[in-house]
Design a protein around this ligand. Sequence first.
Ligand code: AMP
Ligand code: GLY
Length: 430
Amino acid sequence: MTGSTVLMIGGGGREHALAWRLARSERVAEVLVAPGNAGTAVEPGCHNIEVDPTDVVAIVDTARTHRVDLVVVGPEVPLVAGVVDALAEKDIAAFGPTAAAARLEGSKSHCKKFLLRHGIPTGRASTHTDADSALAGLADFTEPPVVKASGLAAGKGVIVAESFDDAAGAIRSILLDGRFGSAGSEVLLEERLRGTEVSILAFCDGERYSLMPAAQDHKRLLTGNVGPNTGGMGAFVPSPVADDRLMSRVEREVIAPTLGAMAAEGRPYRGVLYVGLMVTADGPKVIEFNCRFGDPETQVVIPLLESDPLVLFEACASGSLAGIEPIWSTDAAVTVVMASAGYPVSGVEPVPISGLDDAREAGCTVFHAGTRLGPDGSVLTAGGRVLAVTAVATELAEAARRAHGGVALIQFEGSQHRADIALATAEVRP
Ligand code: AMP
Ligand code: GLY
């Protein structure tokens, strides 16, 4: 049997982890990564190709030119823009939801209405398109609400306000000053939920689903869980709050009704459904849906997947997940993100990275995100989140110790990371 060619869209840590795992499949001959990064450039079985991951036409052209067997879409932007629909028109199989289904992530106001319409547990919220209405809407909350731009804002459109003045400032900057452009033409005010945040991801084939091990992300930039929200500074599996009871409750109250409702609404959900959940004193509540794998959750979940990833992805794409039960390692995994100076606010000039081989020799898998190869083959930073240093071990404390140990061996100017990823839970110190 000759193996398949997979086209992986994206260039972050999530995509490196997916490409790395796909390239290890006996069924995969080659993974083309568009555009990839310095990590995928040298990953055995992977090849980078220069394609803009947000350009739907270019993605379809590339898939045709290279006669790929499956397209796996990492980021939300092309999904929301309809890349899966455009590929389907050309009879090219793709792992991911259609644009109609990806709207669950593309519009927070649409998602909130969907959740309320179907009685799926979530925080109370109001939506507004003009600032006066939103400012007046603040009076409906007894504590400062979370202010959200409804559209896609690269993870930056959510302001967890600490005071009503901050909330009012966020409303003005989004609706009056256009801080997030058209993504901020509508604003949600949402009840602040308190509890433990968990990311529960499921493979979905339009009708059936299969849960992945639940992960916990660390959204805040700084050690101690303070500072601005980011795309995620580190993650771990297993989550102590995601016991069997919680997982069955999430299946029953969130995932099964969502898939049923999406099919009933004529837009069956295929691909990964990412449920961002707050486990509150009143039970689990949906904070958001994402229409894709999480970053950095993927860097801890995918190393634990023992089954063949291509079989799973193809089954989701073709609606044939019945009878396929993926096997997961029961090990723990921890990933610590190393970000550039300036993240999450501004970019900086590229700087060289050293110590990658040392971290690998110490037992870590280093997934690349914002990196590129310099002319001499050296690895340079390329802004934002740069690396996700991952370790797997039987115990969470050991995985955390190794991942933090790996980070200590890697250097680049201005590097930022959190020293407490997984440690509050693992109760160990590096
Ligand atoms: P979202 O893009 O909706 O996931 O929001 C980004 C992050 O903001 C979430 O991962 C949470 O950490 C935080 N957040 C969003 N909504 C709420 C909420 N209603 N209550 C508390 N924190 C929230
Ligand atoms: N880690 C959060 C996300 O992928 O949206």
